[in-house]
Design a protein around this ligand. Structure first.
Ligand code: ZN
Ligand code: ZN
Length: 413
């Protein structure tokens, strides 16, 4: 690797993910999800975890090839019924609440061309089996962090004009840069960044808007907000002890839950959404009373169909997030084909589950209570990007007052 000080940067990245991302404390258990292609980085992370006093580290190796081979070749019966091992592990995570550190380096085209029926059934079965894990994560019962690592297949997709080695270098450089590893003091830089984002979230919370109105080319969408919604940013608190963790690194968004029953109009995606190993391009989605009533895409329509077919509520929204067009990720002008990065360069919405933490008292509500409060409940949560240099957003208060929030893709100050 020709990146200057690559080993030192990888070490520093591992340190930030462990000490700030999941904020691992002595005596805790951590599960690390990472690709077999990232052995060196995995070792750096595991070292860092034990240095911080981990009582146990469990590595769940990921492999695009094995994943695809299973979906293509397993019997449908096997696809529909994950093994007892899978259920047992999900139960373990849901009950023991270990830290979860998820490192993505997926090939965005890993499932391109695979029978959509098989992909859809896999997603449905896995989402059901993993429900204890997603419930614990979505409600911050455990500390979790998602970050990225450069792999050849992913890097070639992001930088198609470069040779494989150069592409991997370029992607690592981009990852280090937006994860704020490339600065004199990453730890201080993260603290400052979190403070800046919190100021925006606090302002939105004071406004207590009744709804947002998005306008852009191909977009005219009203998004109702539930009473008592909470705008969050960057850091989260583990329920039991208020341990601070950072669920996404990088992170640039201020987000809350829409009232899933009060979304009306049309919205156009501004970046590809890679779902089920398939890029979905140029989505145009129409909502009526919260529900998707029409959808189009210029590519990947089967993947979009599979996503919307996850369950009844995957046709409704569970997140609305504001990200100005002038973030470092956006200004890098790099399309990552990976939601973790692309969502932090763009305003976005999510199909499916709302974070129970984004409404007052939400973590004490059961599914019925959440639905009654306007908070969506679903097996899926999938972000898609709708921001651009020309996005306008207005906030509308209950008394009808209109407050401009975004003009030309960024905050009105
Ligand atoms: Zn988001
Ligand atoms: Zn999301």
């Amino acid at each position: 690797m020709a990146i200057q000080n690559f080993e030192a940067k990888l070490q520093s990245y591992a340190r930030i993910l462990v000490t700030r991302g999941i904020n691992a404390q002595p005596g805790e258990v951590t599960v690390v999800y990472i690709s077999v292609e990232q052995q060196k980085f995995a070792h750096a992370i595991v070292d860092e975890l034990y240095k911080n006093g981990a009582s146990r580290v469990i590595v769940q190796w990921q492999d695009d090839f094995l994943n695809r081979a299973g979906i293509v070749n397993n019997s449908l019966e096997a696809i529909d019924n994950p093994t007892p091992m899978t259920h047992a592990f999900a139960k373990f995570v849901g009950e023991e609440l270990p830290n979860r550190l998820y490192i993505t380096s997926k090939d965005p085209d890993s499932l391109t061309g695979v029978d959509p029926e098989r992909i859809g059934r896999t997603i449905k079965a896995n989402s059901l089996a993993m429900k204890p894990v997603s419930d614990a994560s979505m409600s911050d019962k455990l500390a979790w962090c998602v970050a990225g690592a450069a792999s050849p297949a992913w890097a070639k997709k992001v930088f198609p004009g470069l040779g494989e080695d150069e592409a991997v270098e370029a992607l690592w450089n981009a990852i280090f840069s937006v994860a704020r590893i490339d600065v004199a003091d990453p730890d201080q830089n993260w603290s400052d960044h979190l403070a800046n984002l919190t100021v925006r979230a606090d302002w939105l919370n004071e406004q207590a808007f009744d709804k947002l109105h998005f306008t852009d080319n191909g977009t005219d969408l009203e998004v109702g907000l539930p009473k008592g919604h909470i705008w969050g940013a960057a850091s989260s608190l583990r329920q039991a002890d208020n341990k601070v963790f950072i669920p996404n690194m990088p992170t640039e968004e201020i987000f809350t839950a829409p009232d899933f029953r009060r979304v009306n109009g049309v919205v156009s995606s501004t970046k590809p959404l890679v779902f089920a190993g398939t890029p979905i391009l140029d989505m145009v989605i129409t909502f009526k009373d919260g529900k998707v009533v029409d959808y189009k895409a210029s590519a990947g329509i089967e993947a979009l169909e599979a996503l919307l077919a996850t369950d009844e509520q995957s046709n409704f929204l569970g997140e609305v997030a504001l990200v100005p067009d002038n973030t470092p990720i956006s200004q890098s002008n790099t399309l990552f084909y990976e939601t973790l990065y692309d969502e932090n360069a763009s305003n976005h919405l999510a199909f499916g589950e709302a974070y129970p933490t984004t409404i007052q008292g939400g973590t004490d509500l059961d599914e019925e209570g959440l639905l009654a409060a306007g908070m969506n409940v679903s097996l899926t949560h999938e972000d898609f990007m709708i921001g651009s240099k020309t996005t306008s957003i207005d906030g509308v208060k209950a008394d009808g007052t209109v407050v401009p929030i975004f003009r030309n893709g960024t905050w009105v100050d």
